[in-house]
Design a binder for this molecule. Structure first.
Ligand SMILES: NC(=O)c1ccc[n+]([C@@H]2O[C@H](COP(=O)([O-])OP(=O)(O)OC[C@H]3O[C@@H](n4cnc5c(N)ncnc54)[C@H](O)[C@@H]3O)[C@@H](O)[C@H]2O)c1
Length: 256
């Protein structure tokens, strides 16, 4: 039986994780912690799942590593500097040369738990080198506090790396005048546009353009339930990961 704790247990994602864990025969929901609750019940967990906020997650991460607990992080906001900070706290990167500290737990930061979204990112990375232009449009519910989404930022970084490996420069863009934000945010040289709209859940389009053709790769999370198979995979798989920081579900999905 794997003992699972949830940080952000009263939130949209945290409450669904609690409900999902309760429905699994091999998992036991041992601790549910939200703002104002003591973290102590988490000390008895094998794995702690964090769906809190970008402002809260680093303190939670530090606590979990200190307590020697494996941690699955779904909270967004993990840009390059934050991932570096997380790696430092976790005692190294699990896949890096040089062993991470063996007595440290594993920390798995997952920008997107949806299998379809992970595949969308992978397909975008594969396609990026064949097109002159690449832009990302992400669309989310109006309650999302951060922009762009972690998934969009990661997609942009993956596209940017693939373009650099192929020797491609910047996407063509003749814009000389613009209103602030009209061309979106630029993440690693890739323009990322964020839409916030009541009624949406989580959606993303990767737009690729070349000689007389375009390719659009679109993924839609229609319900938060789409994240649960990935969360369960992470909860069950984290004990087999090397100590230190791992980013993304790709390894557990057999995509690396
Ligand atoms: N990785 C993914 O696939 C994925 C999917 C959906 C959402 N997210 C991210 O997950 C996070 C949570 O999303 P949500 O929609 O559930 O948000 P939410 O606002 O509904 O829930 C967040 C919960 O965390 C609690 N919280 C805040 N600080 C805390 C702390 N220090 N300790 C314990 N609890 C704390 C809040 O009280 C709230 O109940 C966001 O960053 C969101 O972007 C990631």
């Amino acid at each position: 039986m794997i003992k699972v704790g949830v940080l952000g247990a009263k939130g949209r994602m945290g409450s669904l994780v609690g409900q999902t864990v309760r429905s699994q025969a091999d998992l036991e929901l041992t601790a549910e912690v939200d703002v104002g609750d003591s973290r102590e019940p988490l000390a008895g967990c094998d794995v702690i799942v964090d769906f809190t906020s970008p402002a809260a997650v680093m303190e939670n991460l530090a606590w979990c590593v200190q307590a020697g607990r494996n941690m699955v992080v779904g909270t967004s906001g993990f840009d390059g500097p934050r991932l570096a900070e997380a790696a430092k706290l976790a005692g190294g990167t699990a896949g890096a040369t040089g062993e991470p500290h063996p007595s440290r737990p594993s920390v798995l930061v997952v920008p997107n738990f949806s299998v379809g979204a992970v595949l969308m990112m992978r397909f975008a990375e594969q396609a990026a080198r064949f097109f002159d232009s690449a832009e990302v449009v992400e669309l989310h519910h109006a309650g999302k506090v951060d922009a762009p989404s972690g998934t969009a930022a990661r997609t942009a970084a993956m596209i940017s790396d693939a373009r650099a490996r192929a020797g491609l420069g910047a996407s063509p863009d003749a814009t000389t005048t613009q209103l602030d934000g009209a061309r979106g945010a630029v993440v690693d040289g890739v323009h990322v546009h964020s839409v916030r709209l009541a009624g949406l859940v989580a959606h993303q389009e990767v737009l690729l353009g070349g000689h007389g053709e375009t390719l659009t790769i679109r993924h839609d999370s229609l319900d938060r339930a789409s994240f649960m198979p990935g969360v369960l995979m992470a909860v069950r798989g984290i004990a087999a990961l090397r100590p230190g920081l791992t980013v993304g579900l790709e390894g557990l999905l057999g995509l690396v």
